[in-house]
Design a protein around this ligand. Structure first.
Ligand SMILES: [Zn+2]
Length: 245
């Protein structure tokens, strides 16, 4: 893995935890299994020398939000007990969610609160998904909305705590809370917000990942190519890539 990463200049390495993990669950047996599964994800991420492990904060059906948050923080702390994440340079990233009923983390404030509660237990940050942000109700489409939403992000989670972004267009309307990813530029977000995001001077160090649908073979490559085309050629990152070639 290390050799291949060097050969293909793959960095950072970001792993997504499996979607069955729900650390906010009120069912005891699911909680036990979720903690075990999440610990397994961390062990494998450490073995692979991954940089980030992305986690959805889960769903608290049957309890209240406060208990969901408290339990999630406690479960992450319990799952990571005895693992040297800092020494392995592995950081857990909490992803903002679409905000379906009972799900945690649809507001930037909730993600920020989880991060605050976990800071003493694990190296922690956030991963922001553009589709989830849009359907959770934040405006990233208009120029003013994009600016305001980024300011809100900075005031809550802090842009410096967001090393990874998921660049997905949205099939659903803003505020619909429906998590349906769409090809970049083909949904309700459109190309312009992605151009603003990819060229934002304060996000020059961030990694951008497409989690778009694969309806036809090659859709993944086409979405990444679309994102690359949006990066301004004047950006210092692209220039340095070019000069390296
Ligand atoms: Zn995502």
């Amino acid at each position: 893995m290390k050799q291949l990463r060097e050969r293909y200049d793959l960095k950072p390495l970001v792993i997504h935890t499996n979607y069955l993990i729900n650390l906010a669950t009120t069912t005891e047996v699911f909680l036990k299994k979720s903690i075990e599964a999440f610990r397994g994800e961390m062990e494998r991420a450490l073995a692979l020398c991954a940089d980030y492990l992305v986690l959805h904060p889960g769903s608290f059906r049957g309890a209240d939000r406060e208990r969901g948050l408290t339990q999630t923080a406690a479960a992450i702390a319990a799952a990571s007990r005895g693992l040297d994440l800092a020494g392995g340079r592995l950081r857990i990233l909490i992803e903002n969610t679409a905000g379906a009923e009972y799900s945690l983390g649809a507001s930037f404030e909730q993600v920020a609160e989880l991060i605050d509660r976990l800071r003493d237990h694990v190296p922690i940050g956030a991963c922001v998904d553009t589709c989830h942000t849009h359907v959770a109700g934040y405006d990233i489409v208009t120029e003013q909305g994009f600016h305001d939403t980024l300011e809100k992000l900075d005031a809550t989670i802090g842009l410096a705590n967001i090393p990874v972004w998921h660049c997905n267009d949205a099939k659903a309307e803003r505020g619909s809370r429906l998590d349906r990813h769409q090809h970049v530029g083909k949904g309700n977000i459109g190309l312009t917000p992605f151009r603003r995001l990819l060229n934002h001077p304060r996000l020059a160090e961030a990694a951008f990942i497409a989690e778009t649908p694969i309806d036809q073979p090659g859709d993944d490559r086409r979405n990444v190519a679309t994102l690359k085309r949006l990066v301004s050629v004047r950006s210092p990152q692209v220039q340095s890539l070019r000069s390296r070639r």
